[in-house]
Design a protein around this ligand. Structure first.
Ligand code: SF4
Length: 64
């Protein structure tokens, strides 16, 4: 997901990074993390539990 954030210094002729797959239907949100079917870093726990938000600094929080 971080690769999808455009940067001012990026070459504007290049396409933005796209996460493969489709956004899940709201009636069929997967158990666990909602990116479980699309994430290249998926592990077994991702299928069971949506990660909690952790504060890593005064200005940043992460989920996994
Ligand atoms: S919890 Fe993190 S690593 Fe696991 S599927 Fe979701 S985004 Fe990917």
């Amino acid at each position: 997901m971080l690769k999808s954030i455009p940067k001012l210094e990026d070459d504007r002729t290049q396409k933005l990074h796209v996460i493969p797959g489709k956004v899940p239907c709201l009636q069929e949100i997967p158990v666990g993390c909602r990116f479980v079917e699309r994430c290249e870093y998926v592990t077994s726990i991702c299928h069971e539990k949506d990660p909690d938000i952790k504060e890593v600094s005064n200005t940043h929080r992460v989920k996994c």
